[in-house]
Design a protein around this ligand. Structure first.
Ligand code: ZN
Length: 162
């Protein structure tokens, strides 16, 4: 008798729970999804559309660690185990030839340059260069002065990817 009562009351409670849940989910289905779906669609459109706009033509030059390219910064560089100078960028990281660049963009910014590849901002452009050529400038670091010299100055479209 006692057992039957417990089962009955248990069943009864379960029924209530199911009803409550159904009621809640009905309210959600009716009211929330219509609003959320439209805002999600808008967000996706917002993300996809600006991409071509972000494509910027950069003035891309090149430099190496020599005194001609870096002036006083070329002097007194720390030496590695083999006595070779270690070239740090302004971000405090060792520069990688053909990948590390100086730019007014924040450190760590990755820019994909059309027909070249992705470069990473790890060094700072001199103030007078920014004042003369504007913000859209990239200076690629190369291990040798010859490579930097051969690069010269090119105008390349690029997109910030990170
Ligand atoms: Zn140089």
């Amino acid at each position: 008798m006692l057992l039957a009562l417990m089962i009955m009351s248990g069943c009864h409670q379960d029924d209530n729970l199911v009803e409550d849940t159904q009621y809640l989910s009905c309210v959600e289905v009716e009211e929330i999804p219509s609003i959320e779906t439209s805002s999600v669609v808008e967000e996706i459109e917002d993300v996809e559309e600006p991409e071509p706009v972000e494509k910027v033509t950069y003035r891309v030059t090149a430099y190496c660690a020599c005194e001609k390219c870096c002036g006083k910064w070329a002097l007194n560089r720390p030496l590695d185990e083999n006595g070779e100078p270690i070239v740090y960028g302004a971000a405090g990281e060792v520069l990688t030839s053909g990948v590390s660049v100086a730019s007014p963009l924040p450190f760590g910014t990755k820019v994909e340059l059309d027909g070249y590849g992705t470069v990473v901002v790890q060094d700072r452009t001199a103030k007078w260069v920014v004042e003369k050529y504007g913000e859209n400038i990239i200076d690629i670091y190369f291990d040798t002065h010859e490579e930097a010299w051969n690069w010269g100055c090119r105008y390349i479209e690029g997109v910030i990817v990170e």
